[in-house]
Design a protein. Sequence first.
Length: 299
Amino acid sequence: MYKLTHLKEIEAETIYILREVAAQFEKAVVLFSGGKDSIVLTHLAYKAFYPAKIPFPLLHIDTGHNFLETIAYRDAMVERLGATLIVGSVQQSIDTGRVKEETGYNASRNKLQTVTLLDAIEQYKFDAAIGGARRDEEKARAKERVFSFRDEFGQWNPKNQRPELWNIYNGKKNIGEHFRVFPISNWTEMDVWQYVLQENIEMPSIYFTHEREVFFRDGQWLAVAPCMKLKPTEIAEVKHVRCRTIGDISCTGLTLSEAHTLEDIIEEIAATRVTERGSRADDKRSDTAMEDRKKSGYF
Protein backbone atom coordinates (compact mmCIF):
# COMPACT_ATOMS: atom_id res chain seq x y z
CA MET A 1 0.00 0.00 0.00
CA TYR A 2 1.35 3.41 -1.02
CA LYS A 3 1.97 5.70 1.97
CA LEU A 4 2.52 9.42 1.77
CA THR A 5 5.64 10.77 3.44
CA HIS A 6 5.36 13.84 5.64
CA LEU A 7 6.76 16.10 2.90
CA LYS A 8 4.38 14.65 0.32
CA GLU A 9 1.45 15.21 2.67
CA ILE A 10 2.18 18.89 3.25
CA GLU A 11 3.00 19.33 -0.45
CA ALA A 12 -0.41 17.88 -1.35
CA GLU A 13 -2.13 20.13 1.20
CA THR A 14 -0.44 23.23 -0.22
CA ILE A 15 -1.27 22.33 -3.82
CA TYR A 16 -4.91 21.77 -2.79
CA ILE A 17 -5.01 25.24 -1.17
CA LEU A 18 -3.46 26.90 -4.24
CA ARG A 19 -6.06 25.29 -6.47
CA GLU A 20 -8.79 26.44 -4.07
CA VAL A 21 -7.49 30.00 -4.46
CA ALA A 22 -7.67 29.70 -8.24
CA ALA A 23 -11.22 28.39 -7.98
CA GLN A 24 -12.60 30.87 -5.41
CA PHE A 25 -10.94 34.17 -6.28
CA GLU A 26 -11.01 36.27 -9.43
CA LYS A 27 -7.66 38.00 -9.15
CA ALA A 28 -5.04 36.51 -6.84
CA VAL A 29 -1.34 37.34 -6.55
CA VAL A 30 1.68 35.62 -4.99
CA LEU A 31 3.63 37.82 -2.58
CA PHE A 32 7.27 37.17 -3.49
CA SER A 33 10.08 38.39 -1.24
CA GLY A 34 12.96 36.36 -2.64
CA GLY A 35 13.18 34.45 0.64
CA LYS A 36 13.10 30.67 0.98
CA ASP A 37 9.40 30.46 1.89
CA SER A 38 8.22 32.49 -1.09
CA ILE A 39 10.58 30.52 -3.34
CA VAL A 40 9.14 27.19 -2.14
CA LEU A 41 5.61 28.60 -2.47
CA THR A 42 6.29 29.66 -6.06
CA HIS A 43 7.75 26.23 -6.82
CA LEU A 44 4.58 24.62 -5.43
CA ALA A 45 2.40 26.94 -7.53
CA TYR A 46 4.39 25.84 -10.57
CA LYS A 47 3.75 22.18 -9.70
CA ALA A 48 0.08 22.79 -8.91
CA PHE A 49 -0.76 24.07 -12.39
CA TYR A 50 1.87 22.41 -14.59
CA PRO A 51 2.04 22.21 -17.60
CA ALA A 52 0.19 25.53 -17.65
CA LYS A 53 1.99 28.60 -16.36
CA ILE A 54 1.41 29.88 -12.83
CA PRO A 55 -2.00 31.62 -13.06
CA PHE A 56 -1.05 34.29 -10.53
CA PRO A 57 1.40 37.17 -11.04
CA LEU A 58 4.20 37.62 -8.50
CA LEU A 59 4.25 40.82 -6.43
CA HIS A 60 7.53 41.96 -4.91
CA ILE A 61 7.51 44.93 -2.55
CA ASP A 62 10.95 46.42 -3.19
CA THR A 63 12.28 48.43 -0.25
CA GLY A 64 15.22 49.69 -2.29
CA HIS A 65 17.44 48.22 0.43
CA ASN A 66 17.48 44.62 -0.75
CA PHE A 67 20.43 42.27 -0.99
CA LEU A 68 21.67 42.36 -4.58
CA GLU A 69 21.69 38.56 -4.64
CA THR A 70 17.96 38.53 -3.90
CA ILE A 71 17.09 40.78 -6.84
CA ALA A 72 19.33 38.79 -9.21
CA TYR A 73 17.69 35.54 -8.11
CA ARG A 74 14.19 37.03 -8.48
CA ASP A 75 14.78 38.19 -12.04
CA ALA A 76 16.36 34.89 -13.12
CA MET A 77 13.53 32.85 -11.58
CA VAL A 78 10.80 34.95 -13.21
CA GLU A 79 12.45 34.52 -16.60
CA ARG A 80 12.88 30.77 -16.10
CA LEU A 81 9.24 30.23 -15.09
CA GLY A 82 7.79 32.68 -17.59
CA ALA A 83 5.93 34.33 -14.69
CA THR A 84 4.53 37.84 -14.55
CA LEU A 85 6.31 40.12 -12.06
CA ILE A 86 4.85 43.26 -10.49
CA VAL A 87 7.17 45.42 -8.37
CA GLY A 88 5.84 47.81 -5.74
CA SER A 89 8.41 50.46 -4.86
CA VAL A 90 8.82 51.76 -1.31
CA GLN A 91 11.09 54.48 -2.72
CA GLN A 92 8.20 55.66 -4.88
CA SER A 93 5.94 55.69 -1.82
CA ILE A 94 8.52 57.91 -0.09
CA ASP A 95 8.92 60.19 -3.12
CA THR A 96 5.15 60.71 -3.46
CA GLY A 97 4.68 61.41 0.24
CA ARG A 98 2.70 58.26 0.97
CA VAL A 99 5.16 57.36 3.73
CA LYS A 100 7.92 59.13 5.64
CA GLU A 101 11.34 57.55 5.77
CA GLU A 102 12.77 56.77 9.19
CA THR A 103 16.03 58.38 10.28
CA GLY A 104 18.72 57.48 12.76
CA TYR A 105 20.96 54.49 13.33
CA ASN A 106 18.10 51.99 13.54
CA ALA A 107 16.10 53.36 10.61
CA SER A 108 14.44 50.71 8.47
CA ARG A 109 12.12 50.64 5.49
CA ASN A 110 10.60 47.34 6.54
CA LYS A 111 7.54 48.89 8.20
CA LEU A 112 7.02 51.21 5.22
CA GLN A 113 6.25 48.19 3.03
CA THR A 114 2.71 48.06 4.43
CA VAL A 115 1.50 51.16 2.59
CA THR A 116 3.20 50.11 -0.65
CA LEU A 117 1.62 46.66 -0.42
CA LEU A 118 -1.89 47.98 0.27
CA ASP A 119 -1.53 50.51 -2.55
CA ALA A 120 -0.55 47.72 -4.97
CA ILE A 121 -3.47 45.54 -3.87
CA GLU A 122 -5.83 48.49 -4.44
CA GLN A 123 -4.26 49.49 -7.77
CA TYR A 124 -4.48 46.02 -9.30
CA LYS A 125 -7.73 45.05 -7.52
CA PHE A 126 -6.31 41.83 -6.08
CA ASP A 127 -8.84 39.92 -4.00
CA ALA A 128 -6.34 37.41 -2.60
CA ALA A 129 -2.66 37.82 -1.77
CA ILE A 130 -0.87 34.48 -1.35
CA GLY A 131 2.03 34.57 1.10
CA GLY A 132 4.67 32.22 2.45
CA ALA A 133 4.15 32.87 6.17
CA ARG A 134 4.30 29.86 8.50
CA ARG A 135 2.69 29.45 11.90
CA ASP A 136 5.92 28.31 13.57
CA GLU A 137 7.75 31.54 12.75
CA GLU A 138 6.25 33.91 15.31
CA LYS A 139 3.41 34.04 17.84
CA ALA A 140 1.32 36.52 15.81
CA ARG A 141 1.53 34.30 12.74
CA ALA A 142 0.43 31.32 14.84
CA LYS A 143 -2.99 33.02 15.08
CA GLU A 144 -3.49 33.07 11.31
CA ARG A 145 -6.05 31.05 9.38
CA VAL A 146 -5.06 29.71 5.96
CA PHE A 147 -7.65 32.06 4.44
CA SER A 148 -7.02 35.21 6.48
CA PHE A 149 -9.71 37.85 6.05
CA ARG A 150 -8.81 41.55 5.62
CA ASP A 151 -11.34 44.38 5.83
CA GLU A 152 -11.79 47.23 3.34
CA PHE A 153 -8.84 49.04 4.94
CA GLY A 154 -6.55 46.02 4.55
CA GLN A 155 -6.49 45.47 8.30
CA TRP A 156 -6.40 42.14 10.15
CA ASN A 157 -8.49 41.38 13.19
CA PRO A 158 -7.41 38.08 14.79
CA LYS A 159 -10.78 37.87 16.60
CA ASN A 160 -12.76 38.14 13.38
CA GLN A 161 -11.45 35.12 11.49
CA ARG A 162 -13.50 32.24 10.16
CA PRO A 163 -13.26 28.65 11.38
CA GLU A 164 -11.54 26.22 9.00
CA LEU A 165 -12.87 22.73 9.68
CA TRP A 166 -11.97 19.68 7.60
CA ASN A 167 -9.93 21.81 5.16
CA ILE A 168 -13.01 23.76 4.08
CA TYR A 169 -11.95 27.32 3.21
CA ASN A 170 -14.39 30.22 3.00
CA GLY A 171 -13.38 32.92 0.53
CA LYS A 172 -16.64 34.87 0.64
CA LYS A 173 -15.99 38.61 0.72
CA ASN A 174 -17.58 41.98 0.07
CA ILE A 175 -16.39 44.59 -2.43
CA GLY A 176 -13.18 46.21 -1.20
CA GLU A 177 -12.24 43.36 1.10
CA HIS A 178 -9.56 40.80 0.36
CA PHE A 179 -7.86 37.75 1.78
CA ARG A 180 -4.29 36.87 2.62
CA VAL A 181 -3.80 33.16 1.95
CA PHE A 182 -1.02 31.17 3.61
CA PRO A 183 -0.72 27.75 1.92
CA ILE A 184 2.40 26.68 3.83
CA SER A 185 1.03 27.63 7.26
CA ASN A 186 1.59 24.10 8.59
CA TRP A 187 5.20 23.85 7.40
CA THR A 188 8.23 24.36 9.66
CA GLU A 189 11.63 25.79 8.82
CA MET A 190 12.98 22.24 8.77
CA ASP A 191 10.21 21.14 6.39
CA VAL A 192 11.11 23.94 4.00
CA TRP A 193 14.79 23.03 3.84
CA GLN A 194 14.13 19.30 3.57
CA TYR A 195 11.72 20.01 0.72
CA VAL A 196 14.28 22.25 -1.00
CA LEU A 197 16.75 19.35 -0.79
CA GLN A 198 14.18 16.81 -2.02
CA GLU A 199 13.10 18.98 -4.97
CA ASN A 200 16.62 20.26 -5.71
CA ILE A 201 15.37 23.85 -5.74
CA GLU A 202 18.03 26.43 -6.51
CA MET A 203 18.36 29.00 -3.71
CA PRO A 204 19.96 32.46 -3.44
CA SER A 205 23.65 32.23 -2.58
CA ILE A 206 23.27 34.29 0.63
CA TYR A 207 21.49 31.36 2.31
CA PHE A 208 24.84 29.56 2.24
CA THR A 209 28.00 30.52 4.10
CA HIS A 210 29.96 33.30 2.42
CA GLU A 211 32.33 36.08 3.40
CA ARG A 212 30.62 39.41 4.05
CA GLU A 213 31.54 42.66 5.73
CA VAL A 214 29.39 42.90 8.87
CA PHE A 215 29.11 44.73 12.19
CA PHE A 216 27.64 43.76 15.56
CA ARG A 217 24.63 45.60 17.03
CA ASP A 218 22.12 44.68 19.74
CA GLY A 219 23.17 41.05 19.88
CA GLN A 220 23.26 40.31 16.15
CA TRP A 221 25.43 40.67 13.08
CA LEU A 222 24.17 43.04 10.36
CA ALA A 223 25.47 43.59 6.84
CA VAL A 224 27.52 46.64 5.99
CA ALA A 225 25.67 48.46 3.19
CA PRO A 226 25.24 52.04 1.92
CA CYS A 227 21.90 52.30 3.73
CA MET A 228 23.40 51.22 7.07
CA LYS A 229 24.79 53.92 9.35
CA LEU A 230 27.39 52.65 11.82
CA LYS A 231 27.74 54.11 15.28
CA PRO A 232 31.19 55.44 16.28
CA THR A 233 31.71 52.38 18.49
CA GLU A 234 30.77 49.86 15.77
CA ILE A 235 33.50 48.25 13.70
CA ALA A 236 33.09 46.65 10.27
CA GLU A 237 34.77 43.27 9.92
CA VAL A 238 34.67 40.33 7.53
CA LYS A 239 32.99 37.16 8.81
CA HIS A 240 31.73 33.84 7.47
CA VAL A 241 27.95 34.29 7.63
CA ARG A 242 24.70 33.27 6.01
CA CYS A 243 21.04 34.37 6.11
CA ARG A 244 18.36 32.23 7.76
CA THR A 245 15.63 34.65 6.71
CA ILE A 246 15.85 37.39 4.09
CA GLY A 247 14.28 40.83 4.23
CA ASP A 248 15.32 44.46 4.12
CA ILE A 249 19.08 44.73 4.74
CA SER A 250 18.45 47.07 7.67
CA CYS A 251 16.67 44.39 9.71
CA THR A 252 18.08 41.09 8.45
CA GLY A 253 20.43 39.56 10.97
CA LEU A 254 23.20 37.29 9.73
CA THR A 255 24.24 34.01 11.32
CA LEU A 256 27.87 33.00 11.85
CA SER A 257 27.98 29.72 9.99
CA GLU A 258 29.99 27.15 8.05
CA ALA A 259 26.96 25.69 6.26
CA HIS A 260 28.04 25.38 2.62
CA THR A 261 25.46 22.82 1.44
CA LEU A 262 21.76 22.09 1.94
CA GLU A 263 22.72 19.14 4.13
CA ASP A 264 24.84 21.48 6.28
CA ILE A 265 21.93 23.90 6.65
CA ILE A 266 19.56 21.11 7.74
CA GLU A 267 22.08 19.88 10.29
CA GLU A 268 22.62 23.41 11.60
CA ILE A 269 18.87 24.06 11.99
CA ALA A 270 18.39 20.76 13.81
CA ALA A 271 20.98 21.82 16.41
CA THR A 272 19.98 25.46 16.93
CA ARG A 273 17.73 26.72 19.70
CA VAL A 274 17.18 30.17 18.19
CA THR A 275 14.24 30.70 15.85
CA GLU A 276 14.85 32.19 12.42
CA ARG A 277 12.78 35.28 13.33
CA GLY A 278 15.17 35.72 16.25
CA SER A 279 17.59 37.22 13.75
CA ARG A 280 15.13 39.87 12.52
CA ALA A 281 15.73 43.29 14.10
CA ASP A 282 12.24 44.51 13.16
CA ASP A 283 10.65 41.88 15.41
CA LYS A 284 12.60 43.18 18.41
CA ARG A 285 11.20 46.71 18.40
CA SER A 286 8.48 45.61 20.82
CA ASP A 287 6.93 42.43 22.18
CA THR A 288 3.99 42.88 19.79
CA ALA A 289 5.91 44.26 16.80
CA MET A 290 4.74 41.64 14.31
CA GLU A 291 1.11 41.65 15.46
CA ASP A 292 0.97 45.46 15.34
CA ARG A 293 2.25 45.46 11.74
CA LYS A 294 -0.14 42.69 10.71
CA LYS A 295 -3.14 44.55 12.13
CA SER A 296 -2.24 47.58 10.02
CA GLY A 297 -2.04 45.53 6.82
CA TYR A 298 1.47 44.09 6.84
CA PHE A 299 2.19 40.76 5.17
